[in-house]
Design a protein around this ligand. Structure first.
Ligand SMILES: CC(C)(COP(=O)(O)OP(=O)(O)OC[C@H]1O[C@@H](n2cnc3c(N)ncnc32)[C@H](O)[C@@H]1OP(=O)(O)O)[C@@H](O)C(=O)NCCC(=O)NCCS
Length: 163
């Protein structure tokens, strides 16, 4: 089965995507294209070559702006200034019927590779995710993200530590 991860384009059928999280579905359906046009975020979709309009999963990347060093766990603070430029994995979701087949990991690793490439051009020391719930936070923790002390649903990772 040929798979590819592509920039969101008009040919992709955002309306039929469902991951059983209404906020993540609605964002892809109603907001992702507007954000793309306004350069607020970039969305990438996983599709099969044989059904290129059907979105198996997606993620979005965005600039996070400056993060205060004092909000970070000790493990992330080392050698960093008081205000830290960072990026966000703004959303990640896999269609309900396609979950638990490895696509979430595939998308996450692809997002990390793009973050590394972006950081090599413009800098950016940390990558953050805002998990929707404790279960999602557990998914991210498997890949090295560490929760912020005051907000366990926000997790960070040093760009230098990305795989
Ligand atoms: C969370 C989500 C992206 C995971 O995608 P997925 O395709 O089902 O995950 P994968 O099949 O790639 O799983 C990769 C590994 O993570 C594990 N995993 C999957 N979901 C997990 C979870 N919620 N908590 C902890 N581990 C999880 C899998 O068991 C697998 O580990 P293994 O290889 O040792 O078995 C997907 O379930 C989803 O879209 N959920 C709804 C939306 C959501 O909550 N998104 C998170 C945004 S905050």
């Amino acid at each position: 089965m040929g798979l590819s991860i592509q920039n969101l384009a008009p040919s992709h059928d955002v309306k039929r995507f469902s991951c059983n999280n209404t906020a993540l579905d609605a964002w892809l359906q109603n907001t992702s294209r507007q954000h793309q046009q306004k350069n607020l975020s970039r969305t990438f979709v996983l599709v099969q070559d044989c059904a290129p309009a059907t979105i198996i999963g997606y993620y979005a990347l965005a600039i996070r702006g400056l993060t205060l060093k004092e909000a970070l766990p000790q493990t992330l603070q080392k050698s960093l200034p008081l205000n830290i430029p960072a990026m966000t994995l703004a959303r990640l979701a896999v269609a309900h019927s396609e979950q638990k087949k490895g696509y979430g990991e595939l998308l996450l690793l692809d997002a990390m590779a793009r973050i590394k490439a972006a950081a090599s051009l413009i800098g950016g020391s940390l990558l953050f995710v805002d998990a929707k719930n404790a279960e999602s936070a557990a998914f991210y923790a498997r890949y090295g993200f560490v929760a912020l002390p005051d907000n366990p649903l926000t997790l960070g990772m040093r760009v230098a530590d990305l795989p």
